[in-house]
Ligand binder design. Structure first.
Ligand SMILES: C[S@@+](CC[C@H](N)C(=O)[O-])C[C@H]1O[C@@H](n2cnc3c(N)ncnc32)[C@H](O)[C@@H]1O
Length: 381
């Protein structure tokens, strides 16, 4: 078999990736990310000290200057127009055998096994943080990042309305911890206490790891616990948080945020294999595998979440002067799958006593977040 020169090898790997991804610009970007990862992670001949930044996701984001620069580069490429096809391979410096071996394996994982790029790289930027990502925990999505930043801005702008020493925030279905950690890093120092819960032990472990990895960027307390929202939530939270009093744990939250599973089984079947083969189906479809999940509209977890929140008082009626006086305090932010879920979720949220409800769109123009406002804080029932 003829031996390939390093440039020839790079070019043939790039062509494999281009064939696999129908989008040329995406292929160029992914190739550059993978190539740079190989270059930054391995020396030409032996694993470097930066080895741990690899696909295991057990690197030291937030502590390593190398990683910070990787984050900056990733952002740069994300936002910059893709280079021309020739520049992709011609402009690259030669890489050593170990680097090439890693790149070969990475492209094979991507093309043959449909492994998501983020799982190969082992990290994903989320707001100002770099998060470790590992299958099968859901990879944080940019649309979630958008609304988490908006929630943080809204809370920061109206901190005085929460009337507590620290705003207590509950993140239901916290996964990798992305929303909780972004809020903890953005909200003014010592203004918030954030609790994230998830049924998946792997997710809670990863969230804890992301907490340590990003510790120096966090300005507020965050903790993660394993809790099944389909069980007795108060009881579980009291047990895992080691609190004797119900009220101390679940008595009052100022804000509940959640990106719950909201994909119907039917929609799930049509998702790309990058998603279906790698990400936890329970993170996507509520009660995945339940015998009746075939009929689901994807809203079962959202119904459950709303049912866990004690009903507020009736919203002020139209024409009532107190409607003007009532501050619009953001209490609830729920990610949804698009416009088809807006009305049913709006109705559910209204029935829990949220006097004002907004629908936020993501940057692609899709209805993405249902935001509920009401005077009273939220008690879990
Ligand atoms: C769409 S993912 C969101 C993860 C993360 N918040 C994010 O935005 O990337 C949904 C999460 O819900 C969790 N989940 C599914 N069923 C649950 C249940 N019964 N109780 C608690 N968490 C659950 C999954 O483990 C998964 O991490």
């Amino acid at each position: 078999m003829p031996r390939l020169s390093p440039a020839g090898a790079l070019s043939s790997l790039y062509q494999r990736l281009t064939k696999y991804l129908s989008d040329d610009a995406q292929a160029r970007r992914e190739f550059r990310w993978l190539y740079e990862h190989a270059l930054n992670t391995y020396t030409k001949h032996a694993p470097s000290a930066a080895h741990d930044l690899g696909g295991s996701g057990r690197g030291v984001p937030g502590r390593s200057p190398l990683l910070r620069s990787k984050l900056e580069q990733t952002r740069l490429w994300r936002n910059s127009p893709p280079a021309g096809a020739n520049e992709v391979v011609d402009g690259l410096q030669a890489i050593g055998p170990l680097q090439l071996a890693w790149l070969r394996q990475a492209i094979s994982d991507r093309v043959d096994k449909h492994k998501p790029l983020q799982y190969i790289l082992g990290t994903q930027p989320f707001d100002r943080l770099e998060l470790a990502v590992r299958p099968p925990v859901l990879i944080p999505r940019p649309e979630t990042e958008e609304w988490a930043i908006r929630v943080s801005d809204a809370i920061s702008a109206s901190l005085q309305q929460y009337a507590r020493r620290r705003v207590r925030i509950l993140d239901l279905c916290s996964g990798s911890g992305c929303i909780s950690l972004a809020l903890a890093s953005r909200l003014p120092a010592d203004t918030a206490e954030i609790v994230g819960v998830d049924v998946s032990a792997k997710a809670v472990l990863l969230a804890d790891e992301n907490l340590s990895l990003n510790e120096r960027y966090l300005r507020n307390a965050v903790s993660f616990y394993q809790v099944d929202l389909n069980g007795d939530v108060s009881k579980q939270m009291m047990a895992v948080m080691g609190a004797a009093s119900h009220d101390a744990v679940v008595g009052e939250f100022d804000v509940v945020v959640s990106n719950p599973p909201y994909v119907s089984y039917r929609e799930y079947c049509s998702l790309d294999s990058d998603v279906r083969d790698w990400e936890d189906p329970n993170a996507l479809v509520p009660n995945f595998g339940a015998t009746d999940s075939l009929d689901d509209d994807g809203l079962r977890m959202i119904r459950r979440i709303v049912s866990l929140i004690e009903r507020g008082g009736p919203p002020p009626s139209v024409g009532d002067d107190s409607a003007q006086a009532q501050p619009r305090t953001l209490r609830l932010a729920l990610e949804i799958g698009g416009s088809h879920q807006v009305e049913p979720v709006r109705e559910l949220v209204a029935s829990a006593g949220f006097g004002h409800i907004d629908v936020w769109r993501d940057l692609a123009g899709t209805d993405r977040t249902i935001v509920g406002y009401r005077g009273q804080p939220l008690k879990l029932v």
